[in-house]
Design a protein around this ligand. Structure first.
Ligand code: IMP
Ligand code: MG
Length: 332
């Protein structure tokens, strides 16, 4: 897997953090570049410790992995420094000179601007920060003294790593249905979330990508407002064990059954080559902790077969519990 892109499928919160932390340990990732911004929280469970990461790449669990934040990202300086401390990655994390900065004023604008009212944003200020970048008035990472020890040319580092046949992973945030271009506009985030955009934010050209791994959850959730086909009433979601609250904001997540039509569309738009499926143990509790495909109950296998049949790509990783290593790995 020299260069793999991890992309979200629906409205985020599919468990990308878990999948990335597994790949980091299992495949001994050399480099992981996080894209997007502070609005996304990637949850990682490692030896019963839980991390909800807004800035640091989820591959931090593998101690030899170089961690990078791409030029297309928006950096929240205080959150970045706090997480660098908590994850103890000071010596191996870098931020691109050209990443832009999200400031307190952006968060205030996010919460008070009339045009954003009703969209149910996370309130971190990512939309206003991106607006400022488009106006060409944004601060960049190179303008911030506290970031000086971390500054690097991510684009060059990551392309050199790919050319040297290192294992590189590009960490997408959110899901395709939250894409500014392809999602449920205007109920979307402030960037394209597709695999192509992830590459662009990291500074990696499309010919350098070997694998696009899309992450599906066994049911769908959405925070904030906007359409959600097949949405269940909260009581039904609780009954099924699908009721979740957001890792970042604590808000309640709405939920719906897996949607094969949407899955097909998101595989197409991402050019996905492989899929991961998380939380199979929530859909089918008998799957909890399973380590082999053969040990899964027949209905779980049928569900996986149906995803493969309808999307045309193999489901190679199957999540059967919250810890990084609770995975069935069907790759060769
Ligand atoms: P914003 O990204 O904070 O502007 O919020 C826009 C929409 O995207 C809202 O519906 C948010 O709930 C949603 N959103 C943003 N980031 C995430 C995420 O990481 N997971 C799930 N939803 C998100
Ligand atoms: Mg999340």
């Amino acid at each position: 897997m020299p260069c793999t892109v991890i992309a979200g499928s629906f409205w985020g919160d599919e468990g990308k953090g878990k999948i990335i932390s597994y790949l980091a340990l299992k495949d001994k990732l050399d480099f992981c570049v996080r894209t997007g911004s502070v609005n996304a929280a990637h949850t990682v469970w490692i030896q019963s410790n839980r991390y909800a990461l807004h800035m640091v790449p989820a591959a931090f669990v593998y101690k030899k992995c170089r961690l990078l934040i791409g030029a297309g990202s928006n950096v929240h300086v205080a959150k970045f420094l706090e997480e660098v401390e908590a994850t103890k990655v000071k010596s191996r994390i870098g931020v691109d000179y050209q990443a832009s900065i999200i400031e307190e004023k952006h968060s205030i604008q996010d919460k008070t601007s009339a045009h954003l009212k009703g969209l149910g944003t996370t309130g971190w200020g990512v939309g206003p920060a991106v607006e400022e970048r488009v106006r060409r008035t944004a601060k960049l990472a190179k303008d911030i003294p506290e970031l000086k020890p971390y500054l690097t040319d991510v684009t060059t580092e990551v392309n050199n790593a790919i050319d040297a046949d290192k294992n590189v992973l590009l960490e997408g945030t959110q899901g395709l249905m939250l894409s500014l271009y392809h999602g449920t506009y205007p109920y979307v985030t402030s960037r394209d979330t597709s695999a192509s955009a992830i590459c662009s934010e990291a500074g990696v050209g499309p010919t350098k990508i070997d694998n696009v791994l899309i992450v599906f959850k066994s049911f769908i959730t959405r925070v904030g407002t906007g359409p959600l086909p097949g949405e269940l009433p909260k009581e039904e979601a609780i009954k099924r064990g699908w009721f979740e609250t957001a890792a970042g904001t604590g808000r309640e997540r709405r939920s719906a059954p897996f949607n094969f039509e949407l899955a097909k569309k998101t595989v197409m738009l991402n050019g996905a080559t492989q899929a991961a499926l998380t939380k199979l143990d929530i859909l089918y509790p008998e799957c909890k902790g399973a380590k082999t495909y053969d040990s899964l109950p027949i209905k779980a296998k049928q569900f996986i077969n149906e995803i493969e049949k309808q999307t045309g790509i193999p489901v190679v990783l199957i999540g059967t519990g919250p810890e990084a290593l609770d995975i069935i790995d069907r790759r060769k």
